[in-house]
Write a protein that binds this ligand. Sequence first.
Ligand SMILES: Cc1cc2nc3c(=O)[nH]c(=O)nc-3n(C[C@H](O)[C@H](O)[C@H](O)COP(=O)(O)OP(=O)(O)OC[C@H]3O[C@@H](n4cnc5c(N)ncnc54)[C@H](O)[C@@H]3O)c2cc1C
Length: 473
Amino acid sequence: MKIPYISIILFLLSNTYFAVAETWNDVSRLNQTKVAKIVEAKTESDLLLAIEYARQHKKQISISGTQHSQGGHIATLDGVVLDMRSFNQIMNISAKDKTIQVQSGVTWDHIQKVINPLGLSVKVMQSSNIFSIGGSISANVHGRDPSYGPLVDTILSLKVLLSDGRILQASRTTNSELFRAIIGGYGALGIILEAKIALTDNVLLKKTVHAVKYDEYWQQLKQDLAKGLSLHFGRCSFVQGKHFLDDCFQINYTVADAKRYTNPLHQESHIQRNRTFFHFSRQSNLGKHLRWSLQKSIIDPAGKTSFISRNNAMRPPIQFLAYNSLKDTDILQEYFVPVEAFASYLDDMRTILRHHHVNLLSMTIRYVKADEVTLLPYATKEMLAIVIYVNQSLDKTAIDTARQWTQQLVQSALKHQGTYYLTYQRYPTLSQFYQAYPQWQQWKKMKEKYDPSGLWMNQFYQHYFSVPVKSEK
Ligand SMILES: Cc1cc2nc3c(=O)[nH]c(=O)nc-3n(C[C@H](O)[C@H](O)[C@H](O)COP(=O)(O)OP(=O)(O)OC[C@H]3O[C@@H](n4cnc5c(N)ncnc54)[C@H](O)[C@@H]3O)c2cc1C
């Protein structure tokens, strides 16, 4: 794509074009990074100008969505940050073909708002809807619909801006090697400008809840999957004591009525009340007891049946989790193990978390089919994903301890032929990464092919690909 020469000159001369900012961070607040510039990108021209600026000033560029990755993926020291949140146009929707084409700064919430009136729904997204499409594709996220593997399953094509200014289409048949590397490629190959995504019908679902012991989880789920599930997730007790990671609940959704629904979307409510309850559970085992009891007796009691549209089931409350303490923070982690290894992995996890007195705030479970497309797949076969939400202090000792128990959890996942999610902290070792992601060298070749000058940079890439960190100017 060409931009007028005069725009470049004006851009380079302008001191006001970039919002100058000191630092950039993600929601975990563990990756505060001093950066040279933050560019709020609204148009493709903004992006080209930012590339030109970076070249002129010998800077590298990191790409940022809604900042929910937690491992330095969205900034590099003294680099330029592209804030993509305003690059958020809906380009096209086809109710007939059940597809949507969007710019990468669009969030799932935005998509849900425009497709709900058409009776359409997203096939694969995170459990919540606050994330950007670019950030979701770059992490190749997964969600609650057990019919699919990760998000790649539903991406029909991408429009990508490379570091040399070329714009390429990428799909399973066109520039397929770029498609396989950029999905799950954490912003290291180019800017995803647009994505065309496959949708499904927004149908009415019947929600049921049943209690299950952790060591019967997979056998029970296997039977339910055979009958057909539209959505599934699970949770196990995070309360310290004899039921810790032992008492679990399965929450299943099946189709109650297959016609397209257009009833209104729910908005999150009682945010402050829920935040207070959640905070109490951060601080004490009594608070954990109370929250777990509420979850078991009021929110999702075993035996309860209710009805909800698919779209509303795919926008559960999340805003109450926002947390800004100066002393501590909440982090997420996720481990993937082959379905049969679930109970054995949980035995290891229980021991490790107890040993390190980890302040576990929740443990939830998803089912993910294998990803046979991308080069850095976490779902190498049919997997159960174990998601832990943990509160930790921000001091160095606490971070070092978290690094230790994370490495132990990763080691156990590897022992069970499992993997861990690259979207969180950079605690795992290089040898653990090589074992979990054996195609990393092939992926690195793609990075070098599509970004030979190393323009796209972030701390995730520096860590796992041993790139020396540029010293501060
Ligand atoms: C509370 C919480 C709940 C979560 N739940 C789930 C879940 O249910 N399932 C799941 O799979 N994950 C989950 N995650 C992880 C989350 O999906 C990923 O971190 C995802 O990347 C977040 O999207 P984002 O827009 O915040 O991306 P960011 O964190 O802003 O960016 C993530 C990566 O994408 C790259 N990127 C962003 N935009 C572009 C673009 N336009 N072009 C190229 N690269 C780009 C960035 O460089 C970075 O490497 C959760 C995280 C949190 C904190």
